[in-house]
Design a protein. Structure first.
Length: 224
């Protein structure tokens, strides 16, 4: 059994590949929030020298995904329930803004693509595959807004909350059932080009995931 969260790098673009590998390990919860690791540990798991790992760590710290202590130990960013709720409020405003614009630009081809992605989510064999398809589903809508700056900010916020969603929603049975309903509502609203309906189901989708995550986090930390 391989206990390393990371896989050795086999490509030549070490700097970017190191970053993508470590980012995936963080956002998928393989490096859980609050856990610690060293540069040498990362380099050993990836099978590279310290230099590309240092570059990747600088980029991850700039994105507020990790914190590097003075002793050079790396701590995966951990949020309190209140901070996660604050992130939700910010996400709601930005993602609803992108969605309203996306409805105006939506085509029949976009709707068909979302239906295809949702079908893949429904048949996903594991949580990591499911969450990757979930991101693609939402990203497809936000990309349709044609607001690249806003889209970039939304992606950054998604990366911050992803580790928590992976870890805590993994504890919930039948985790697919709720997004099947909310995503279905979003697709129906897009077919009618009804921004109000799409935003209603997007809000339900985000609030449900956030409420579930903060509830489980409070339970783990014995917060009332």
């Amino acid at each position: 059994m391989n206990l390393n969260p990371l896989k050795p790098i086999k490509h030549l673009s070490l700097k970017e590949t190191a970053y993508e590998n470590i980012l995936k390990a963080i956002t998928s919860g393989r490096f859980p929030p609050g856990s610690q690791i060293t540069l040498s540990d990362l380099a050993q798991q990836l099978g590279v020298s310290l230099m590309p790992v240092r570059e990747a760590v600088r980029k991850l710290e700039a994105g507020n995904l990790i914190h590097v202590r003075k002793n050079r130990r790396i701590i995966i960013k951990e949020y309190t329930p209140d901070e996660l709720n604050e992130l939700l409020q910010i996400r709601l405003k930005l993602e609803l803004m992108a969605t309203r614009k996306a409805v105006k630009n939506c085509t029949d081809e976009t709707v068909k693509e979302l239906e295809r992605i949702q079908a893949e989510m429904n048949s996903a064999k594991d949580i990591e595959d499911y969450f990757e398809k979930n991101w693609i589903f939402h990203h497809t809508i936000y990309q349709t807004a044609n607001m690249p700056i806003l889209e970039g900010i939304i992606k950054e916020l998604w990366l911050r909350v992803s580790p928590f969603l992976h870890i805590y929603i993994a504890e919930v049975p039948n985790y697919k059932s709720y997004t099947k309903r909310t995503h279905g509502g979003m697709i129906r609203g897009l077919k009618k080009r009804n921004a109000k309906e799409v935003c209603k189901y997007l809000s339900l989708d985000l609030r449900h995931a956030a409420d579930l995550t903060t509830s489980l986090l409070k339970k783990r930390k014995n917060i009332t």
